[in-house]
Ligand binder design. Sequence first.
Ligand code: HEM
Length: 205
Amino acid sequence: MDKKTLNTLIQKFKPLMFGILLLPFLWMVYQTVLAPQSLGADPTKALVDHSGEWAIRSILFALAITPLRILTGLTGWIHWRRMAGLFAFFYALVHFLVYIGFFLQLDFSRIYQEIIHRPYIIVGAIALILYLPLVITSTKEWQRRLKRNWIKLHKLVYLIGILAVVHMTWLKKVGLMDTWPYALILVVLLLIRLIPKLKAQKNNF
Ligand code: HEM
């Protein structure tokens, strides 16, 4: 199949991918509303953990779009980039709302104690805040307006990925022993981005 057909196919699959990325959220809603017993003895912790897991998985998926383009040579993947990025923000937001809604039960007076008890929350909060300028400027209009600064600004997504892995590793009793798959995937996705640069350098020699 030629590249043109493959690129069209990737675009055609975008609505299906949207549905697949929405499934974990729909499943969490189903569990919460219709099958809370499936969340186990501590449903609140289970929901915070599940939403956290999908927050980190979706940011890694968003970071995988450019490597997919580099490795396959197909530009069609770019049409998934904004969708993947917005879903990564969506799951981080769901995770945060589950935390303040169910965990804190909107009792903000407990935040100070929570931060003392769970300092890794600060790393999570910074990652969540760093999403905001990316979400706001994710439109074509902003891309046109910011030009090269848009590319520079959206490199923040690398830092969000790193903060997500640090947040998860810090909270895990066994640290990287538990989170090394996420850390490894992140490192590989960031390294693949160097391939075109290394190729260009090699051609210059
Ligand atoms: C203000 C923002 C955030 C707060 C308050 C927060 C809070 C928490 C808390 C309380 C836990 C559960 C700890 C436990 O199991 O005892 C957790 C787990 C987690 N969070 Fe966050 N988080 C935030 C942002 C984020 C972001 C932005 C990401 C990823 C992009 C993320 C990814 C995760 C992951 C992967 C886990 C581990 C889930 C597991 O145990 O499998 N969090 N977070």
